[in-house]
Design a protein around this ligand. Structure first.
Ligand SMILES: *[C@@H]1O[C@H](CO)[C@@H](O)[C@H](O)[C@H]1NC(C)=O
Ligand SMILES: *[C@@H]1O[C@H](CO)[C@@H](O)[C@H](O)[C@H]1NC(C)=O
Ligand SMILES: *[C@@H]1O[C@H](CO)[C@@H](O)[C@H](O)[C@H]1NC(C)=O
Ligand SMILES: *[C@@H]1O[C@H](CO)[C@@H](O)[C@H](O)[C@H]1NC(C)=O
Length: 398
């Protein structure tokens, strides 16, 4: 399948859904009827509006109390929500955002913003592409500035590839750590880049980063439970056994899904299902995603305050990349959307019923009612919005 952009891909998938619905009534009930259920769409926009009205600073284009990488994720999410619903509520936000204003200046030195971190650069590319996709649907003339900025940032990441530990990009400019998130982002960007631009360099990068992630001198970033640990021990190149953050189980999914859409290799689907099922089994409590930093009780919180703030956005990122995975595989595997429909719905429902306060702020703990341990930040709000956005596309009506 050769498509030039994500909106086109989404359109083809929509057509494929219609075709499926004609053939199999049950799938239609599971997938098409729930597609963009009005109540879940309203819930997602309600929280997204709250973010824009309360937590977004239009003079800087940043979130109040946010950070570069979590803001990239939030901008991506708001534009994804508009794309999947065909709405334009946040039209103009792309150009006003910090990322967007810098994309509109060709001389921007992106290294100043991504700093030494190549994972931060990866999140920025995803945001720039999603904003560009939205602009393309509205025929906005500056769309190419966003694609050009994304290409520059992508090349920054790609230039940090070497063959150490079976191949992969380094986490930072210091070249001291090869970790899962940076390489998963590079995989998904490379595979999605190929689907968008048909540029073989992207496909080659996707294939080699998949090999680097999966096979590292007999070990790998994925452990025997099917979960990705944080990274590799430099020197021995073995899995370091560190935290299995939920986002490490998520970003791999969109990478495998996009590489599947590019190659048709069915093994990539089973590989993804192993990690989805392991996440549902191992990284949940009461059937709801639980980051290792999450605890309803204040004294019990097992992470430092920096981790609590940054990692509060991770379960939402897991859901967003599950959503991308389902979109990439949907034409051939509509059964997967049905398989994960109710899990997706439960997450969004828990966010609504257990994590949302009377001001519409959303805390980091979703799995039970807060007893003082839930962190309320712009990152945890963004994470909750992601849960509702994914539910609006692939979950049941709430
Ligand atoms: C930002 O953080 C400060 C200091 O913690 C806090 O007082 C303020 O309410 C926060 N603002 C928003 C919009 O979250
Ligand atoms: C393909 O992508 C690579 C990496 O971004 C870039 O250097 C190259 O110029 C692109 N090739 C074409 C034909 O656009
Ligand atoms: C499909 O993917 C698997 C898993 O990465 C790999 O081992 C296999 O070689 C791939 N098949 C083809 C035809 O590329
Ligand atoms: C996953 O679950 C198994 C079995 O319940 C347990 O032994 C293991 O420690 C868990 N792993 C993680 C990373 O949570």
């Amino acid at each position: 399948m050769h498509l030039n952009s994500l909106p086109q891909l989404l359109y083809v998938i929509f057509i494929a859904l219609l075709a499926v619905s004609g053939a199999k009534i049950q799938d239609r009930a599971d997938v098409v009827t729930d597609f963009e259920c009005p109540s879940t769409v309203a819930l997602a926009f309600n929280e997204a509006d709250h973010y824009k009205n309360v937590d977004y600073d239009p003079t800087t284009g940043n979130s109040i109390n946010g950070s570069f990488w979590t803001d990239s994720n939030t901008m991506e999410t708001l534009h994804l929500l508009m794309l999947q619903t065909g709405r334009s509520d946040f039209d103009g936000l792309a150009d006003n955002s910090f990322l967007g204003r810098n994309a509109l200046v060709p001389s921007t030195n992106w290294e100043t913003f991504t700093g030494p971190f190549f994972d931060d650069a990866g999140w920025a590319v995803l945001a720039l592409w999603t904003m560009a996709d939205y602009k393309a649907t509205r025929h906005q003339p500056d769309v190419d500035d966003f694609f050009a900025a994304a290409a520059t940032v992508y090349d920054l990441i790609a230039s940090n590839w070497d063959d150490t530990c079976g191949g992969g990009v380094w986490w930072t400019v210091d070249h001291t750590y090869k970790n899962a998130i940076t390489n998963e982002l590079f995989l998904t960007l490379s595979a999605q880049g190929y689907l968008r631009f048909k540029n073989e360099t992207y496909l080659e990068n996707a294939k080699k980063s998949h090999v680097g992630l999966a096979i590292v001198e007999g070990s790998g970033m994925r452990n025997d439970q099917g979960l990705y640990n944080d990274g590799l021990v430099l020197g021995t190149c073995v899995n370091n056994g560190e935290t299995t953050w939920t986002y490490n189980q998520g970003v791999i999914l969109s990478g495998l899904g996009a590489l599947y859409a590019a190659t048709g290799n069915e093994t990539l689907i089973s590989e993804a299902e192993i990690t989805i099922d392991a996440t549902i089994r191992n990284l949940t409590m009461n059937g709801i995603l639980k980051e290792s930093c999450d605890d309803v009780v204040l004294e019990g919180i097992p992470c430092d305050s920096d981790q609590q703030i940054f990692k509060a956005s991770l379960p939402g990122i897991w859901l967003k990349h599950l959503q991308y995975f389902l979109t990439f595989v949907h034409p051939n595997h509509p059964e997967l959307a049905a398989k994960y429909n109710s899990f997706i719905g439960s997450q969004s429902e828990a966010v609504l019923r257990l994590a949302t306060d009377s001001q519409l702020d959303i805390g980091s703990v979703w799995y039970a009612a807060d007893a003082g341990g839930s962190i309320f930040s712009v990152q945890s709000l963004a994470s909750g919005i992601m849960a509702h956005v994914t539910n609006a596309q692939y979950g049941p009506c709430l």
